[in-house]
Design a protein around this ligand. Structure first.
Ligand SMILES: C[S@@+](CC[C@H](N)C(=O)[O-])C[C@H]1O[C@@H](n2cnc3c(N)ncnc32)[C@H](O)[C@@H]1O
Length: 429
């Protein structure tokens, strides 16, 4: 970090509206970062950060409810969207609550993503990348690129991109009624990208991925509940307005949506860099990464290997509207599956009511709750640890450098550096 970044206005508004004991400051060396606005007691809640564009990974889609983001270890969740077979739900209630959001904004695109794993689209896109990048020995080069773009990884990335694109569309269509009610696309764009630190080979790989996503599917998936109206042109504004004003599922392809949102490779590279430095993993109790989400307010906590905040991702990661909902037992779930009418959810024609339900579904994104690990004095930087705290100094250093592009000089690192013997061992052991 070399230049001083401005502190975005929304962070101050969000903090004031919720009375969190935080100030955001900025320095050349550390960028923007949160400090304690007053003395904070051990255990105090410092921030409740609302999730933005939370998605589960492709591999975990059958274990994580797309409605409430609870993870279930029952194997495959029994309820899914019949149209795309990509969104799974834990209860009929969850499916109902997500229905308008999913049917109108996600389902068509999800169907296209599902098709991508089948092979041909994927193989063609790889060939397109090679052609666009002017690769000579296309057989060997394609093979190498295929290895880089491993299918399930790319599908998870597409799911995440879709989450971000859809969220942008919903905002631009005016479906989020209250300013400041939820984090915004602009709040995400204001997060630090560190794009100047991106190594050249990574930049090239992302340019290849850009070509891949731009060519993923030239045709929209064939599904429509009703006869489609004239397809909207694919400027983001007209597409957003179209989606917000009609119940007709969108008829554009994922690639059209993608290139409208990211017109140039650099736009895509930037959002990927923002993701790399700011996204939070959604973990289960066995430390398996089930998905990812932005929590923009939480991105202003800098790193320390001697953190003074903690958040329990598996315990505190609850949908904001359902903080007290208990996971149903296996038997309860089985009973519910037996008794439900799987075709009972319908998209009604009242656009306004549907828009309200879309907004309500977005409010069910996960929330991260940060608490003080110890007493913290006014003015102290508020920090959490970006990497596994139990790693050795050198391993932490390498992970922070590779993923976040900085060298940590926290008290613990300095202490351990001082204790390190000539042979590189801590305490000379
Ligand atoms: C999640 S962001 C934290 C907020 C960021 N400082 C900003 O200006 O938006 C992570 C980035 O902040 C910077 N950062 C975080 N902790 C740091 C530290 N202890 N020392 C120096 N830079 C740090 C690095 O650039 C890192 O990639």
């Amino acid at each position: 970090m070399t230049s001083q970044l401005p502190v975005p206005n929304w962070t101050q508004e969000y903090i004031a509206a919720n009375d969190f004991p935080i100030d955001i400051v900025s320095s050349d060396a550390r960028g923007r970062y949160a400090i304690a606005a007053r003395d904070i007691r051990e255990g105090e809640v410092v921030l409740r950060a609302q999730g933005y564009a939370a998605v589960c990974t492709q591999v975990c889609r059958k274990e994580v409810c797309s409605g409430c983001f609870q993870a279930y270890s029952l194997g495959v969740l029994g309820l899914k969207c019949d149209a795309c077979s990509m969104a799974f739900y834990c209860t009929l209630e969850c499916r109902e609550k997500s229905f308008d959001l999913h049917s109108r904004f996600e389902c068509t695109f999800m169907s296209q993503i599902a098709g991508m794993a089948a092979g041909k689209a994927f193989d063609k896109a790889i060939a397109d990348i090679d052609a666009a990048l002017g690769v000579q020995e296309s057989g060997a080069a394609s093979y190498r690129r295929m290895q880089d773009l491993e299918r399930t990884g790319v599908q998870s990335l597409v799911r995440w991109l879709l989450g971000v694109c859809v969220r942008g569309l919903i905002e631009e269509g005016g479906l989020i009624p209250t300013a400041g009610a939820l984090p915004t696309y602009n709040a995400v764009l204001e997060l630090v990208p560190n794009e100047n630190c991106l190594p050249q080979d990574e930049r090239l790989k992302l340019e290849g991925l850009y070509i891949f996503f731009s060519n993923l599917s030239s045709k929209p998936a064939k599904r429509s509940r009703k006869k489609a109206d004239a397809s909207p042109t694919t400027t983001l504004k007209s597409l957003s307005q179209f989606m917000a004003s009609t119940m007709t599922p969108v008829q554009v392809s994922f690639s059209e949506l993608f290139t409208a949102r990211f017109p140039q490779p650099i736009d895509f590279i930037r959002i990927i860099c923002i993701r790399q430095c700011n996204v939070f993993g959604l973990w289960d109790a066995e430390s398996e990464c089930l998905g990812q989400s932005f929590f923009p307010a939480a991105s202003y906590f800098n790193h320390s290997c001697d953190k003074n905040l903690y958040f329990d991702q598996t315990m505190k990661l609850v949908p904001s509207s359902e903080a007290n909902k208990q996971n149903p037992s296996e038997q309860d779930l089985a009973r519910e599956m037996e008794s439900m009418d799987l075709n009972s959810v319908k998209l009604e024609d009242d656009v306004e009511a549907s828009n309200t339900r879309v907004f309500a579904a977005l409010q069910r994104m996960p929330v991260l709750v940060f608490q003080a690990k110890r007493d913290i004095s006014k003015g102290e930087a508020l920090t959490h640890c970006y990497v596994d705290q139990s790693l050795e100094r050198e391993e932490r250093r390498a992970a922070l450098k590779e993923e976040y592009y900085f060298d940590c000089d926290c008290d613990r690192c300095i202490r351990e550096d001082n204790q390190t013997g000539d042979d590189g061992s801590v305490d000379g052991k």
